[in-house]
Write a protein that binds this ligand. Sequence first.
Ligand SMILES: Cc1cc2nc3c(=O)[nH]c(=O)nc-3n(C[C@H](O)[C@H](O)[C@H](O)COP(=O)(O)O)c2cc1C
Length: 367
Amino acid sequence: MTQSSPALFSPLQLGSIPTKNRVFMAPLTRCRADAQTLAATELHATYYAQRASAGLIVSEATQIHATGQGYPNTPGIFSAAQEAGWKLTTDAVHAKGGNIVAQLWHVGAISHPDFQPNGALPVSSSDYNPGGTIYTQHGKKERVAARPLSTQEVHEMIAAYKHAAEVAKRAGFDGVEIHSANGYLLEQFIRDSINKRSDEFGGSIENRIRFTLAAVDAAISVFGAGRVGIRLSPVSAANAAMRDSDTQASYGALVEALAQRRIAFVHFIEGNTGGARDLTGFDFAWAKKVLTAAGVAYIANNKYDRAMAIEAVESGAADAVAFGVPFISNPDLPERLKLDAPLTPANPKTFYSPGPEGYTDYATMHS
Ligand SMILES: Cc1cc2nc3c(=O)[nH]c(=O)nc-3n(C[C@H](O)[C@H](O)[C@H](O)COP(=O)(O)O)c2cc1C
């Protein structure tokens, strides 16, 4: 690279959050929360602080409610213990000059009675069974059909998003990212292939995006729009997310509504999460234009390497690029990318295993 300082390494004003560069850390579930309280621990604080040179860290997905869990030992963001646990992380990241937002999550049907309070059925927009099997704390299980939330319960869940945002604020996060991607609860409302409701949260596009927008509005009421972002994966098949009948129309309406709200950012998974970057079905360049006109940052993600990220920001296709797997094994990723230094490959066997191995023991260039 002849260019001395590509825009990827320059600061960005992300809503109300100033970032020192545009190399962001994508949300990465690592299943290492305390097994009893589902709180983040000192180990999380160490891991995130090691990665504080990212312009922005998006935390691993954190469930907003006891019904929102679908994997072992994922951290929550609704109890006092969880608030205290996350405070360790935000303090450690801030001490190193970093920014961190909490990814607010509810898995909906991507769960199992083993994860649910009193062994109840998981909840969703409809009686939706994603099919296949799921690993719970009791081993491999067949998936079951979820129970549709009543209209009243959707309103209660919107209140749970607000409560989680309040906990995130008290825990010291710089903002939140609403997880409306990868086939989880909010996407189970957006997609007409899954959502069979006839109330105000089903049917028309306006109705199907209502829950997602209400979750965004709840977060805005706590943090202000400049500290709220959202993650979308319009063309990903992650977690059996069947496409809706017109993805451009549904996600187009959502993007326009988000632009009107002037939130900090929309974080797009371009293509199939962690897989092929086939963008067919949604006009990402159109979304970038709509968001830019409203002052909303476009964060790009999915299988970016150094050259692609530099080009994306240089060409104006994205305002920042989020890296997932490369950040697992390269805590000093921004510096390595800047110097074009070699990257350490990640070991997938320790993505979800307990303890520090494959978590806090990846070396920096200087360690
Ligand atoms: C171990 C692992 C955990 C992940 N956890 C999350 C998560 O909690 N929330 C989310 O939105 N995406 C999650 N993803 C998707 C990543 O954020 C990212 O979209 C994907 O890895 C593609 O980006 P990359 O090619 O830079 O890794 C996860 C991916 C991996 C590999």
